[in-house]
Ligand binder design. Structure first.
Ligand code: PLP
Ligand code: COI
Length: 365
């Protein structure tokens, strides 16, 4: 049933793309997640037909039956990856195969039909080719791709859907944090946790983000940029941010990040930075790190830097950490040397300015 790992994409005629002058104006300062391209990809799945009907078509509102399963039981997963403009006007995808693998893993966790990985990558390529004019040229800009899948069976019984709609939309983006934030402040949530052992923390499903919003809203109310979650059992071990993984840089030149125990998202940026840090000769540890230790190490100077990382956030230094009854600064509160070096190493590979020793970059045109 799932045999088709490649399908031919039908390109439907577009009734009217955004005029060039309007598009150019939108690309000047797109922010994050507000400017959308002309096209979208859709692929359907049914138990009877498997994956079928792959289309590149005009971006348009969806028509859905109000009893579609996703609207009731949140059977939904998504991905986030970027296409980068290269200096010669070409464009490249970064580790789309890794996103394809994670999408498959998320599908399995949410009892959804896994999309063949080749088809995932091909769908991303198809959208970038159709919307090539939407890749910003400005430094820090990219075309953010949002592949996602929803349960489309019209049925109110609680069971895995027998039908799915997979889509890819594109958004021209700049920095995730307003003004490109030199360093962000985190708010540690004590009342809310993001994920528990056995839950869906390692899957990229919308439900995880829905569950994080009240904590993120609290962080904003407290004047912070992002929420930092600790583990559900002991409320002590640092896990990750609402939409990013976290790294710590120590005074002995080593770096550490929480291990993948099933409650945090296995970030592709996290993995890439781990590899690049080892290439740079740093020791990288994946180990549990307690919040009270973090505070003590920030005070003693054992921690020199901390940073958040993800596709949207790239590498964003963490300057300060606050919570009920505590408030500490990391290093000098601004970007540190190791964070800056790792960011530069990553970004230069993504943008084709440096060699790509790990084969992460795929030129599309
Ligand atoms: N953690 C969460 C909760 C995220 O939403 C993201 C973003 O995708 C990440 C971590 C970082 O993952 P990646 O580097 O694959 O973008
Ligand atoms: C991403 O980085 O792709 C995410 O999904 C995180 C979110 C903050 C947009």
């Amino acid at each position: 049933m799932n045999a088709a790992t490649s399908l031919t994409f039908d390109h439907l005629p577009h009734p009217g793309i955004v005029p060039v002058s309007e598009r150019q104006a939108l690309l000047v300062d797109p922010g994050f997640g507000r400017v959308f391209t002309d096209h979208m990809v859709t692929i359907r799945y049914s138990e009877a037909k498997g994956w079928h009907d792959a289309q590149v078509q005009a971006r348009a509102p969806l028509q859905m039956d109000p009893a579609a399963a996703v609207l009731h039981y949140a059977q939904e997963i998504f991905e986030g990856l970027k296409a980068y403009r290269l200096e010669d006007g070409g464009a490249a995808l970064f580790r789309a195969d890794a996103n394809a693998r994670r999408f498959r893993a998320s599908a399995e966790r949410l009892a959804m039909a896994p999309l063949p990985e080749d088809l995932f990558v091909e769908s991303c390529r198809a959208l970038v080719r159709a919307d090539r004019a939407w890749i910003p040229e400005a430094e820090g800009g990219a075309l953010y791709l949002r592949p996602f899948m929803i349960a489309s069976e019209v049925f109110l019984g609680v069971k895995p859907s027998s039908e799915y709609l997979y889509m890819v939309i594109g958004s021209s983006v700049g920095a995730y944090f307003k003004g490109g934030a030199p360093a962000v402040t985190l708010w540690v949530s004590q009342d809310y946790t993001r994920a528990a052992p056995g839950g869906t923390g390692a899957a990229k499903c919308g439900g995880n983000y829905a569950a994080s919003l009240v904590a993120q809203a609290e962080a904003i109310r407290q004047g912070c940029d992002q929420v930092l979650f600790v583990d559900a059992a002991e409320h002590r071990w640092i896990e990750e941010l609402g939409g990013m993984n976290i790294f710590f840089v120590f005074d002995d030149g080593s770096i550490a990040t929480p291990p993948l125990t099933g409650t945090i998202l296995p970030g592709i940026t996290r993995d890439s930075l781990t590899v690049l840090a080892r290439d740079m000769g740093l020791t990288v540890r994946e180990e549990r790190y307690a919040l009270d230790q973090f505070a003590a190490d920030a005070a003693s100077g054992r921690i020199r830097e901390a940073f958040a990382c993800g596709t949207a956030a790239v590498v964003t230094p963490i300057g300060r950490v606050r919570g009920e009854g505590f408030d500490f600064t990391i290093g000098n509160g601004g970007p540190g040397t190791v964070s800056s070096q790792l960011k530069a190493a990553l970004v230069s590979i993504q943008r084709g300015h440096a060699a790509d020793p790990h084969g992460w970059v795929e030129r599309l045109f």
